[in-house]
Design a protein around this ligand. Structure first.
Ligand code: GTP
Ligand code: MG
Length: 227
C-alpha cells in the first residue's frame, strides 16, 4: 500500500554527512533536511573542521562526531556506521544535493530496494565542471561494465541504504568510498535503483582535488572488483 505523502514518517531515517569547514553551508543543509523530514530524522555529522561548522550543527540538533580530517571516505564511513536508524541517507555538507527529494528515497527503500542512488548525470541541473562531468561519466561506464549493472552515476554522494547493506559489508575505500558504496552492494546482489537528481552549485570551497581524487576513485573501482 502506498503511504500518502503527508503521512510519511521519518523516525526510522538517519541523514548523514562528512563536513570539513562548511560554515557557509551547514545551516542551510541541516535546515533543509529537517524540513524535508519534518524534524523526525536523526542527523549525523562527522566533522573535521577548524571553523564553527560543528558548533552550528550541534545547535541545530545534529549529532556531531569530531575527528581529525582524514578524507571524504574516512568521514562518511564513520557517519554511516554511527547512524542508528533503519534507512540511512548520505549527502554532502555543501548544499549541492536536493534534501527535498529525501521522501522519494525513503519511499523506494520501503518499496523493497536496498540502495537508492541519486544520479547527478541523469538530472537536468548538472553544476559540474567539464572535467568532473567527463570523469564521472567515465566512472559510471566502467563501473557498470565491470560490475554488471546499468547506472549513470557511481560517484554521487546522495543515496539511501537499507541498514543491513551498510552493516553487512566491510568498507575499505577513502576517496573512492562513494563508488564502493554502490559497487560492493551490486557484487553482493543487493537490489539497486537510480533516480535522477539536480546537482546544485556548491556553497563554500571544494575540499577534493579532481585529479588525485579521480585517480583514487579509478583505483577503488578496480580494487573492489578484482582484489
Ligand atoms: N570530516 C571530513 N569531511 C570531509 C573531508 N573531506 C571532505 N569532507 C566533506 O565531504 C563532503 C564532500 O566533499 P566536497 O568538497 O563537497 O567534494 P565534491 O563533492 O567531490 O566536490 P564539489 O563538487 O566541489 O562539491 C563535503 O561535505 C566535505 O565537507 C575530511 O577530511 N573530513
Ligand atoms: Mg560536494
Amino acid at each position: 500500500m502506498r503511504i500518502p505523502k503527508g503521512k510519511l514518517s521519518f523516525s526510522d531515517v538517519s541523514v548523514v554527512m562528512g563536513s570539513r569547514n562548511e560554515e557557509k553551508a551547514i545551516r542551510k543543509v541541516i535546515t533543509d533536511i529537517r524540513q524535508a523530514t519534518k524534524g523526525q530524522a536523526e542527523i549525523v555529522v562527522v566533522d573535521g573542521s577548524s571553523d564553527r561548522t560543528p558548533e552550528i550543527a550541534e545547535k541545530l540538533g545534529a549529532k556531531v562526531i569530531r575527528q581529525k580530517p582524514q578524507g571524504y571516505g574516512v568521514a562518511v564511513k564513520a557517519a554511516v556506521l554511527a547512524a542508528s536508524k533503519d534507512i540511512i541517507i548520505t549527502v554532502d555538507c555543501d548544499d549541492t544535493y536536493p534534501a527535498e527529494r529525501i521522501p522519494e528515497f525513503v519511499e523506494l527503500i520501503r518499496k523493497g530496494y536496498d540502495v537508492v542512488s541519486g544520479s547527478r548525470l541523469g538530472g537536468k541541473t548538472r553544476n559540474m565542471t567539464a572535467l568532473n562531468n567527463f570523469g564521472n561519466t567515465l566512472f559510471a561506464l566502467i563501473g557498470s561494465l565491470l560490475y554488471g549493472i546499468s547506472v549513470s552515476d557511481v560517484t554521487t554522494g546522495m543515496r539511501a541504504y537499507r541498514r543491513n547493506v551498510i552493516q553487512s559489508i566491510e568498507w575499505t575505500e577513502n576517496v573512492g568510498l562513494s563508488a564502493e558504496l554502490i559497487l560492493r552492494p551490486a557484487r553482493h546482489g543487493y537490489k539497486i535503483t537510480e533516480i535522477p537528481i539536480a546537482y546544485r552549485p556548491r556553497l563554500g570551497d571544494t575540499k577534493l582535488n579532481p585529479l588525485s581524487g579521480g585517480l583514487g576513485i579509478f583505483k577503488s573501482i578496480i580494487k573492489c572488483r578484482f582484489f
